[in-house]
Design a protein around this ligand. Structure first.
Ligand code: ZN
Length: 247
């Protein structure tokens, strides 16, 4: 953007009323809003401005972003954001957690597979729940084969795998070629209708910590899946959390 500076507005009201909007003027398009309330939803929008003949001339507002501020809760060593159990590179699960897919996840998966079948799309479960011990073994095999750096890009360290939540499923095949199948296209277009999100989207490696995995879906419930998918954001971006190993 060719601009003198940016105006960034933040409000709990999408109409950005003057008396309930924080405005910041910045030289680059980045800022921090302080003193916001947890468990509230804020709307943020940006425009650019230039000074012409001593007057500030503003562009139209760019797309408004919805930013839910959610408290991160830790219960029995398990991290939740907005009620969603988190297992990523920042947040690990206890070694003894989990004993299979959750009932909700399995039922949603079954409904999705049936719906797909009637549209000529064949989905099957390549991998569902994975225990801490199984993941420890899987991860170590990757490390032995490819070294730790490459292993960390495609396999989770034990405790950090989303498969241990019992709410993640790898569909059909964990091969990059899956991305070009009708099944992958259908899954991306319809999984949210059943409460799943494509958890590691294309181009978001730096944010999720994982390469694109068109086969890996995560159950978050229908309402949240719809909201997250519509936002075009990853789970990390949507809730403002990180996915980075501490070491
Ligand atoms: Zn997976």
């Amino acid at each position: 953007m060719n601009a003198e500076g940016y105006l960034i507005q933040c409000s709990e009201d999408i109409s950005f009323p003057e008396d309930n909007t924080i405005i910041q003027q910045t030289a680059d398009c980045s800022t921090t809003f302080e003193g916001l309330k947890q468990n509230s939803t804020y709307f943020i929008r940006v425009c650019t401005y230039r000074i012409l003949n001593g007057q500030k001339v503003c562009s139209d507002w760019y797309q408004t972003i919805k930013a839910p501020l959610k408290t991160i809760e830790v219960i029995d060593g398990i991290t939740y954001v907005d009620g969603i159990m988190i297992a990523n590179k920042t947040y690990a699960l206890p070694a003894n957690y989990g004993d299979g897919l959750t009932d909700e996840t399995y039922q949603a998966y079954t409904a999705m597979v049936s719906a797909a079948y009637y549209q000529g799309i064949y989905l099957w479960m390549e991998s569902g729940f994975r225990s801490y011990d199984t993941q420890a073994y899987t991860y170590q095999s990757f490390v032995d084969d490819r070294g730790q750096e490459l292993a960390d890009l495609c396999s989770a360290r034990p405790g950090h795998s989303e498969h241990q939540t019992g709410m993640a499923i790898d569909v059909n095949t964990t091969s990059d070629a899956f991305a070009y199948t009708d099944e992958a296209v259908w899954l991306a277009a319809h999984c949210a209708e059943y409460g799943f999100i494509i958890r590691y989207p294309y181009g978001k490696e730096e944010i999720t910590g994982y390469k694109y995995e068109p086969w890996h879906v995560r159950y978050v419930g229908i309402d949240k899946a719809a909201a997250i998918t519509a936002s075009g954001l990853t789970l990390e971006e949507y809730y403002g959390i990180t996915s980075v190993y501490a070491n």
